[in-house]
Design a protein around this ligand. Structure first.
Ligand SMILES: [Fe+2]
Ligand SMILES: [Fe+2]
Length: 166
């Protein structure tokens, strides 16, 4: 399939955006905006990057990006900040799996999106794109720029060394 015949972004994610539970993320504050809007931005960035590469599963990567923070603050209210950082990816996989049959790559992309904080390195090229897209979007949202920027450069470096050069 040439890049001109790729399925458009909305068709890739429409069913998720229409999901009643996912829509609840509209009411969750995340980096100063809603978690719904944050997730859409990460998904769009992932889609725009992956659709240009024939070998990347742009559909799976985009869907995983949209689902990467699928949790509510209420589900995490008993946890401190560090535990939230570490556990919300597995909660997002658990919540996503209630509605969608996730592939191994999609699970990996969601579970590893907090790398290097949660020490689970991405296994797939698409997972690297999702973790990087999340950090770029977070920087644009003004979230801990001082901290996230060096980490993003580090990930970009790893992406180049480990993945692109393979
Ligand atoms: Fe996250
Ligand atoms: Fe995120």
């Amino acid at each position: 399939m040439s890049k001109n015949t790729k399925i458009d972004f909305n068709s890739v994610v429409n069913d998720i955006l229409d999901n009643k539970e996912f829509k609840k993320l509209n009411k969750e504050v995340h980096h100063g905006i809603s978690r719904y809007d944050h997730s859409v931005k990460v998904a769009k960035k992932t889609y725009n990057f992956c659709k240009n590469f024939k070998k990347l599963d742009y559909i799976g990567a985009t869907r995983a990006a949209l689902l990467h923070d699928f949790f509510t603050n209420k589900e995490m209210e008993d946890l401190n900040a560090i535990k939230r950082y570490k556990t919300h990816p597995s909660l997002a996989v658990k919540n996503s799996s209630k509605y969608y049959n996730l592939s191994d790559m999609e699970k990996d992309a969601i579970l590893s999106h907090m790398f290097p904080w949660n020490l689970k390195a991405p296994k797939y090229k698409e997972s690297w794109v999702v973790t990087l897209a999340d950090k770029i979007v977070s920087i644009k949202e003004g979230y801990s720029t001082k901290f996230v920027l060096p980490i993003s450069i580090f990930i970009l470096f790893l992406f180049n060394v480990i993945i692109v050069s393979r």
